[in-house]
Design a protein around this ligand. Sequence first.
Ligand SMILES: Nc1ncnc2c1ncn2[C@@H]1O[C@H](COP(=O)(O)OP(=O)(O)OP(=O)(O)O)[C@@H](O)[C@H]1O
Ligand SMILES: [Mg+2]
Length: 337
Amino acid sequence: MKFTLKLGKMSLGTELTFDGNPNWHTYVTGVSGQGKSWEVRDLAIQVPGIGGRVIVIDHSGDFVEANPKQGWDPSGMEIINVRDKQYRLNPFHMNEGETLDDMVDRVVDLVDSGIRLSSGQWAYLVDAITEGYEDGEMNSMSDLVDKVRDDARMNETAARLLPKIRSLGRLIPSGEKEIDWKVNVPGITIVDLSKIKDRAAKRILTEMLLNSICDLRMNGTPGKDETPLIVLLDECQLLSFREGSQEVRILREGRKFGVFGWFATQWINDKNALSALGQAGLHLYFRPAEEDLHKTALKLAHGDRKRVAECEKRLSRLQVGQFMYASGQRLIVSSPV
Ligand SMILES: Nc1ncnc2c1ncn2[C@@H]1O[C@H](COP(=O)(O)OP(=O)(O)OP(=O)(O)O)[C@@H](O)[C@H]1O
Ligand SMILES: [Mg+2]
């Protein structure tokens, strides 16, 4: 199946489009205030019209808030507030094809991505989760915190871990209701993480949310004709992009299952992130910061030294709402708004 998105217009009014499948992964960069969030909202609005769903993990609040100037109205969208006590995100649910050891490794690695664990704490958590799971007592993050609290009386490693892990128990919803992601139903879902200040917690929550979304579509036999499922991550410099993380998994394997990542950030230096984001079929460049101009021009010119100076000049002149991208050998610049 092939889908087309409208990206914007060129100066003479020619429409700029992007044909989706097989690679609809998208990466949007540029300095603050240039229009990255505006552009990805514009793209997201189009997705239900072609039968797909967008799930926005909203770290900043730029998506849960209406923007009448743009015609962005979240009132008709599904909004999930993870602080709502009714929801449950159960990290100990075994994904399809996972063994108990795989699941335990995944969860401990996840905790470590937010809270740096010592090797002793790592080993303790592996045992605690395995034991709790086998006893049928590990169904939410607060169950794990309860176990650590019980052990803390006798076990120094548990006692040291408790203050760090306690906030996860509070933040990660442990209610009765599984989140219904509606991955095969057209629409837009916004997960509101904007009220959570703790960056480590945001990162862990994002990983857990992505895991629960990916588990629904990215296991089993790839379905070529799946309706597109887009996971939109603005401010993606907050994310881990570690080997084995859900972000990397989406970028590497998602397209087989019709799952695509749309990532936006001001700038990212992390090597793992850059290598994973190199998988994107479309990279939209808004005006970069002065210090990133040269590096950005090098990328856009695909290392062609003769074109670098021209790219640099064009990039530095981009106005708010204007972006550049490469389409084959051509460099395309959208019109100013
Ligand atoms: N295409 C556009 N048409 C009209 N106005 C725009 C457009 N793009 C951006 N703007 C204006 O610029 C402001 C900043 O845009 P936006 O929030 O998308 O920037 P950003 O690149 O996401 O910044 P940050 O990195 O700080 O999140 C918008 O609130 C809007 O006023
Ligand atoms: Mg933004």
